[in-house]
Design a protein around this ligand. Structure first.
Ligand SMILES: CC(=O)N[C@H]1[C@@H](OP(=O)(O)OP(=O)(O)OC[C@H]2O[C@@H](n3ccc(=O)[nH]c3=O)[C@H](O)[C@@H]2O)O[C@H](CO)[C@@H](O)[C@@H]1O[C@H](C)C(=O)N[C@@H](C)C(=O)N[C@H](CCC(=O)O)C(=O)O
Ligand SMILES: Nc1ncnc2c1ncn2[C@@H]1O[C@H](COP(=O)(O)OP(=O)(O)OP(=O)(O)O)[C@@H](O)[C@H]1O
Ligand SMILES: N[C@H](CCC[C@H](N)C(=O)O)C(=O)O
Ligand SMILES: [Mg+2]
Length: 489
């Protein structure tokens, strides 16, 4: 494809009849004919790699006007990440016709997974992209990030189209949105799950974090497209703001949940392995047996139902599909029963709000006189302010809490635990080694108790160190829970 054609497609100034062979944002991936995106990053400045990128064959460089580009076309833009995304989107085409994006603090992975499942049950060739990787009708591949970098994202999309995939649901993380990692495509519908504290190490303030998420509505999605917004009916100011932002852009707001008007959750009765939902849609109330526990999973199922309906799946097919949803890996996954018969659950809760939601999901399942025992930690090199809040939530909502390590990265694990303990109460103790902490909880749980191991969900390793010294030790909460339950810890 000629550079001039791509520029015209993206509505950018300039011409050129050189053939473009690919796109790269890392100079080490540049080959002859590549367009290089030079961005100022959180750890280094990509503009420092312009010369080596040109030496490796870059024919054009998308960079700020003040960057120095010699020996290749300088595609200058005050927002080079956005310009690069638009240009690259012209190259990586066609892409699947139906694309939906999900943002929110918690629930993105769950919603893209459930939306994919509903589409599949409706007979579509569907895929999802997010924390669990790229999941297609034929399998799953990990990408390492929730929202992959823009080149990986766009090339994945065109690869999926070549495989005949027509429907893709993807997670739009706040990091991804603020770095323009998923742009330039015609997004047919979007969703907002909820908003609470996380990632303030990166965004600084809750308002800046929220603004990053709102880019999905204000800049990424197609004008006039449907926006599914979860409304818990709790008067959340963030939900109201999200609705206002979507409406201001002219999106068609479809609110779902207890406070929803499109799909209203009238009631919810927890059962042994699932729950009965009464959902009002267009004036009729339908009873749905959802085979997943917890209010949070009901919320995510409703958002996913909204997205499926917004993209043309018949309502009756959607309601039927909800009764056949498969659990999402590492989200309230029932991993084992210990020798006394206590169930051990694994969940990916790694924010105060998620911890509260995961504990609340299990509370109705604790037998009379039983205790809920939670094992959890907080990641290193991530928002430190959430640590005491997690300590407070776990101490209040669970009966016994054990603070342990969860990806310390470059930080001192003892200091992370101390920060959590600062917010915790007398029912909380500290067992640094994660396997030992799980062994204590599983060993102590009696017949009426429930154990929740939170924070790592599907993760397969414990991350120590960073950069050159980073090492990942194999660790799977589900596997360790099973070993401990079998007395092999
Ligand atoms: C803070 C953050 O999000 N960093 C991500 C981001 O880095 P950045 O743009 O700031 O890049 P940088 O490393 O400073 O480098 C600047 C530029 O120079 C380029 N470069 C760099 C070195 C070199 O030798 N040559 C070169 O060309 C880089 O490719 C980059 O374009 O872009 C990089 C390339 O895409 C990512 O690998 C990197 O993810 C880091 C590893 C990371 O840990 N990210 C986490 C925090 C993250 O993004 N998490 C969200 C979380 C989700 C959630 O909880 O909701 C996610 O979406 O996964
Ligand atoms: N709708 C929800 N409301 C509150 N908590 C939720 C909700 N959905 C999920 N959670 C909690 O958040 C955890 C992570 O869920 P999920 O992986 O779906 O979220 P995510 O937004 O993709 O997270 P990440 O930002 O890490 O990618 C769950 O294990 C659960 O504890
Ligand atoms: N067990 C994890 C969860 C991380 C979730 C991720 N999305 C992030 O914050 O980067 C940790 O804190 O390391
Ligand atoms: Mg996710």
């Amino acid at each position: 494809m000629k550079l001039g054609e791509l520029l015209a497609k993206a509505g950018l100034a300039g011409g050129g009849d050189q053939s473009v062979t690919g796109f790269a944002i890392d100079h080490r991936k540049v080959a002859p004919g590549t367009v290089f995106g030079a961005f100022e990053g959180a750890s280094v400045n990509g503009e420092d790699f312009i010369r080596p990128a040109i030496a490796a064959g870059a024919i054009a460089v998308v960079a700020r006007p003040e960057a120095r580009v010699e020996g290749a076309l300088h595609l200058a833009d005050v927002n080079p990440r956005r310009a690069f995304a638009r240009l690259a989107a012209g190259f990586f085409s066609p892409v699947p016709a139906t694309l939906v994006a999900v943002t929110g603090t918690n629930g993105k992975t769950s919603c893209v997974e459930m939306t994919r499942q509903i589409w599949r049950m409706a007979g579509e060739r569907a895929a999802s992209i997010g924390t669990l990787g790229v999941t297609t009708p034929d399998g799953s591949v990990s990408t390492g990030l929730t929202t992959p970098d823009i080149v990986t994202f766009l090339s994945n999309m065109s690869g999926l189209a070549r495989e005949g995939v027509t429907h893709v649901a993807y997670e739009a993380s706040s990091h991804g949105l603020s770095q323009y990692r998923n742009e330039g495509l015609m997004v047919s519908a979007s969703a907002f799950t909820n908003f609470s504290r996380d990632h303030l190490d990166y965004h600084g303030t809750m308002d800046a974090y929220f603004a990053a998420k709102m880019r999905l509505f204000t800049e990424v999605v197609a004008p006039g497209s449907p926006a599914v917004i979860h409304d818990a009916g709790d008067g959340s100011e963030w939900t109201a703001k999200a609705i206002a932002e979507a409406e201001a852009r002219g999106l068609k707001v479809l609110s779902v949940g207890e406070g929803g008007t499109f799909l209203r959750l009238v009631s919810r009765e927890p059962g042994q392995l699932g729950q009965v939902l009464h959902i009002e849609y267009e004036g009729d109330t339908r009873k749905v047996n959802l085979p997943l526990i917890g209010a949070y999973q009901a919320a995510n199922a409703l958002v996913s139902a909204g997205l499926a309906m917004a993209t043309g799946v018949a309502p009756s097919t959607v309601f039927e599909a909800l009764t056949r949803l498969q659990p999402v890996r590492g989200r309230l996954e029932r991993a084992a029963l210990n020798q006394a018969g206590a169930p051990v659950y694994v969940d990916y809760a790694h924010t105060p709000d998620a911890l509260e939601a995961a504990i609340a999901a299990l509370r109705p399942h604790v037998a009379e006189g039983g205790k809920l025992i939670v094992v959890y930690g907080a990641g290193g090199d991530r928002d430190a302010g959430k640590r005491p809040q997690m300590g407070e939530v776990a101490a209040r909502a669970a009966d016994i809490a054990i603070v342990t390590d969860d990806n310390p990265r470059s930080e001192d694990p003892a200091a992370i635990r101390a920060a959590i303990m600062a917010g915790a109460g007398p029912n909380t103790r500290e067992v640094g080694d994660r396997r030992a902490a799980i062994a204590v909880a599983v060993g102590e749980a009696g017949a009426n108790d429930i154990v929740l191991i939170a924070g790592k969900g599907h993760e397969q390793g414990q991350i120590f160190g960073s950069g050159e010294t980073m090492r990942i030790e194999a660790f799977d909460d589900v596997e360790v829970a099973r070993e401990c339950a079998g007395g092999q810890c």
